[in-house]
Design a protein around this ligand. Structure first.
Ligand SMILES: Nc1ncnc2c1ncn2[C@@H]1O[C@H](COP(=O)(O)OP(=O)(O)OP(=O)(O)O)[C@@H](O)[C@H]1O
Ligand SMILES: O=C(CO)[C@H](O)[C@H](O)COP(=O)(O)O
Length: 408
């Protein structure tokens, strides 16, 4: 008999129903309901991928955010900025597996979708597939568990151990206020995609990805230039087939390209960063520069902003992206003095800040994070503030609904 990988956090008198294709049992366990099902198809983890559990959730519902990007493209840095917007630091589950990929703070839980690898490192090698290949990932389980968390039900999530390359015993994840699913495939499976309240894609151009990999894997991890090149090349076909196409579904894309301010630049230090924001997304209104909907080009290097070579250029305007209407805000170049960012912030609107200068304050707080002097840090911070706003709007609309019903 296999243990169903879904637990409920409901009190024992909550209303829960279970539907599975085979016989199902349930029993109480540490104030949770624990569901069991008999299954001939038992996975390596001892889980089953076809339990469907419906419980009447409490008042709060989890808001789910998807963050997609290739490995080494700044997801962890983005997550640290996002968590900081909500206050408090994110930490791995207390007393749990030291190699857990999960980060928990008061408001957010970030789970890494690598935990849904169905093949471990040896298994992938034997089958000749990369971790980017859908065949190496369990999308049924990913869907069931994200759906359960979204409806207020805790889950027993597997762990992919990046140190050993093995699948470790699962960890209990309770439904947070905000669940972020980050990794290679948050928008790949249509069922998972439909559960997302907001989705982000970090689109790092090959040139920049290469420069970042060299910086991290060569300088910090002792890899050779050849091995870095070989690993990027080996992943590229699957990246193009399975990861990159997800950007068409994203509500916001942060695109990172080489600068256009230095002719033929190949250093990858100065960046051109574009924030592509989909129009018409519920609870999300795109940021704009000076005048909403206009096409603007702005070089702010005058009396109020210190700019050394090659300077800074902002652009803003409407565009289309995979057939969708979008607004695009672009920053090429880097800040010399981060405190002067307030001058730029004061010309941006719809930032969803709670007070004047909040973007600048957040950027100064994390001045040591990679990308703090350019558009990557600025746009990641802005998207973090937009997510806070989205969460507050969703929560407010939920609490307002019963009131309206009472009045009627
Ligand atoms: N905005 C940035 N500017 C410059 N370098 C960056 C930026 N973001 C990330 N990097 C570089 O890329 C490396 C990886 O960043 P990070 O750990 O945030 O990525 P990740 O997507 O979480 O990686 P992984 O999936 O491999 O854990 C950093 O150590 C840094 O060298
Ligand atoms: O693309 C990745 C996402 O992080 C990793 O390469 C994948 O998860 C496999 O991990 P490892 O190389 O540690 O076996």
């Amino acid at each position: 008999m296999a243990v169903c990988p879904v637990y409920t956090t409901q009190s024992l008198n909550s209303t829960c129903s279970v539907s599975t294709p085979s016989k199902t049992h349930f029993s109480s366990h540490h104030n949770h309901l624990v569901f069991y099902r008999t299954s001939k198809r038992t996975s390596k983890r001892g889980g089953s991928s076809s339990c469907v559990i419906t419980c009447s959730a409490g008042d709060s519902q989890t808001v789910v955010i998807g963050l997609a990007a290739d490995s080494g493209c700044g997801k962890s840095t983005f997550m640290r900025r996002l968590t900081s917007v909500f206050g408090g630091a994110a930490e791995p589950p207390k007393g749990g597996n030291p190699d857990s990929n999960t980060l928990i703070s008061d408001m957010t839980t970030v789970i890494c979708l690598d935990d849904y690898h169905s093949l471990d490192r040896t298994g992938r090698k034997e089958k000749g597939v990369t971790a980017l290949d859908p065949r190496a990932n369990d999308f049924d389980l990913m869907y069931e568990q994200v759906k359960a968390l979204k409806s207020g039900i805790a889950v027993d999530k597997p762990i992919y151990n990046h140190v050993s390359g093995l699948l470790d015993p699962p960890e209990l994840i309770k439904p947070p206020k905000i669940l972020v699913i980050e990794g290679l495939h948050p928008m790949f499976d249509e069922r998972v995609r439909d559960l997302l309240d907001f989705s982000i894609y970090l689109d790092i151009s090959n040139e920049v990805k290469f420069a970042w990999k060299i910086q991290r894997d060569m300088a910090e991890r002792g890899h050779s230039l050849e091995s870095i090149k070989a690993s990027i090349e080996a992943r590229k076909p699957d990246f193009d087939a399975f990861i990159d196409p997800q950007k068409q579904y994203a509500d916001a894309v942060i695109e990172v390209l080489p600068t256009q301010l230095i002719p033929d630049d190949n250093e990858g230090k100065v960046l051109r960063v574009r924030l592509i924001m989909k129009e018409g997304v519920e609870h999300f209104s795109p940021v704009y520069l000076f005048d909403e909907g206009s096409t603007i080009s702005w070089i702010p290097c005058g009396r109020k902003l210190t700019c050394s070579y090659p300077g800074i250029k902002f652009s803003y305007g409407p565009d289309t992206y995979f057939g969708h209407e979008v607004s695009v805000l672009e920053m090429d170049g880097q800040f010399d003095r981060l405190d002067e960012l307030i001058y730029v912030e004061s010309h941006l609107s719809n930032l969803s800040t709670k007070f004047y200068g909040e973007v600048t304050q957040q950027m100064l707080k994390h001045a040591d994070f990679p990308g703090s002097n350019n558009g990557t840090g600025l746009f990641q911070t802005i998207v973090g503030l937009k997510i806070r706003d989205l969460y507050e709007q969703i929560t407010a609309s939920k609490t307002a609904a019963p009131l309206q019903a009472t009045k009627a």
